[in-house]
Design a protein around this ligand. Structure first.
Ligand code: NAD
Length: 428
């Protein structure tokens, strides 16, 4: 979430401006791409369980749809701001472009705290959100998905409301639906696995055998759990992971130097991705401060929790042993930290490339829904691996051939593709 000191939209625009200058983009294209195409801000009035009425604020930001319908999640969060939604919408445009799927970028949100809302109240917010925006979203306009504190159930309520309004079945209106209700196999694993497909390719290029590597992860939620699983299946050793502890209101790092046992950790983790500290100690884990995840003597760091985690204050804690950072989270690294990482010669797989597996599988879900034919898991994962591997190599080839930082190379590919689509359409 945005704070007064960290504004993700300012960061997203700064990243864009720097690459636009390197690409020599003309003024009109810059003006077009550094701001969203359209924004919708609206009220969602709800009757609460106690009979009172409350009005929630909703957003949908459509950053760019030159390459296809907008695509992006809907977040429910008490500190949601339109700037966070704008930044995430812009990053979605680059994400869909860098993996070369025919979609644009969008994002939505509602300022609310699901911890203090009943399921009926949450359902009313979902239905109210769709009623306010139904004319401006849809399977060939803008396709929403779950994000922070929204789930497959929320998506199904939204789909149901959309189908009531249109009077037709449109399962491709929204993705992240439960299996059997239009969801795709592999969606749960997709983001974490995608991070590791790109990591596997990067290690091959660096001539490092994954089986001789160690890694430290920040976050133990959806992305991190599946990333750790595939990394360990490939023979890597994950030695530490940090996560939030809601009782203590701070994060902790859990370490076992000879390797985490994923299954035993999953057994003591709640649905918010929080490890039970006492049980972890009983199992022999060292419990270290939250920031210790970044200070480990490992080969690989995987930030997979929040934005703004590798910043001017933390970047100098990275040990010389670290050769690679694979960004599972969105926006985990600030521009100041990027400069230090570059000077340390650490290879980075930037967020909108590394974590694009989720949106790629959402795209598969949409394709399956639109054709009303569903693929088996191995077909989904093979297609996902192919797309992530190809996208990784096009970015790394550009980075190597032009001696660019990986983030800049990824931005150059994504921004060029979107700028080209805008030009071909005659927009600028
Ligand atoms: P999640 O809610 O499932 O898990 C988040 C994890 O981060 C939890 O383990 C939580 O305890 C931990 N965490 C929270 N605050 C922390 C802190 N201060 N220090 C350490 N750990 C902390 O979320 P997720 O779906 O795994 O998403 C993680 C990141 O990946 C986010 O930036 C998200 O935007 C990004 N992302 C997710 C997907 C997806 O498909 N889930 C796709 C693309 C990007």
């Amino acid at each position: 979430m945005a704070s007064t000191s960290f504004n993700p939209f300012v960061m997203a625009q700064q990243q864009f401006d720097a690459v636009a200058a390197k690409l020599g983009l003309d003024q009109a294209t810059c003006d077009l791409l550094r701001n969203p195409d359209r924004e919708y801000h609206f009220n969602i009035p709800i009757r609460m369980d106690d009979g009172s009425y409350k009005v929630f604020r909703g957003f949908r930001v459509q950053h760019n749809d030159a390459r296809g319908p907008c695509k992006g999640g809907i977040r429910f969060h008490p500190q949601e701001t339109v700037d966070t939604v704008r930044a995430l919408a812009m990053w979605m445009t680059w994400k869909t472009a860098v993996v070369d799927i025919p979609l644009g970028g969008g994002k939505g949100g509602v300022v609310c705290d699901p911890h203090h809302l009943s399921l009926r109240e949450q359902e009313a917010i979902c239905r109210g959100w769709v009623r306010q925006i139904a004319r401006n979203v849809g399977p060939i306009q803008d396709v929403p998905a779950p994000d922070v504190m929204t789930s497959g159930q929320h998506m199904l309520w939204m789909l149901d409301e959309y189908e009531k309004i249109t009077g037709m079945k449109y399962p491709g209106f929204i993705t992240g639906k439960p299996l059997g209700m239009g969801g795709s196999l592999g969606r749960t694993e997709a983001t974490g696995f995608g991070v590791i497909y790109t990591l596997r390719e990067a290690l091959k290029e660096l001539n490092i055998d994954i089986q001789n590597t160690t890694a430290s992860f920040q976050g133990f939620g959806n992305v991190s759990q599946y990333a750790i699983k595939l990394y360990m299946d490939y023979g890597g050793t994950a030695i530490s992971v940090s996560c939030w502890d809601h009782k203590e209101q701070k994060s902790f790092t859990y370490r076992k130097k000879d390797g985490l046992n994923l299954n035993e950790l999953l057994e003591i983790t709640n649905r918010f991705g929080e490890i039970d500290r006492q049980k972890a100690m009983d199992l022999g884990y060292e419990v270290l401060p939250g920031e210790a995840w970044i200070e480990q003597e490992v080969d690989i760091l995987v930030p997979a929790a929040l934005e703004n985690q590798i910043n001017a204050n933390t970047v100098n804690s990275i040990k010389p042993s670290v050769k690679l950072i694979a960004e599972g989270a969105n926006g985990p690294t600030t521009i100041e930290a990027d400069q230090v990482i570059q000077s340390k010669n650490i290879w980075v797989i930037p967020d909108f490339l590394a974590n694009a597996g989720g949106v790629t599988c959402s795209y598969f879900e949409q394709v399956q829904c639109n054709t009303n034919y569903y693929w088996p898991l191995d077909e989904v994962l093979t297609k996902l691996d192919n797309i992530m591997t190809k996208a990784y190599h096009s970015v790394s080839e550009l980075a190597r051939s032009r001696n660019l930082y990986m983030r800049d190379a990824a931005y150059m590919i994504a921004i060029s593709r979107v700028a080209e689509a805008c030009k071909m359409r005659g927009w600028v």
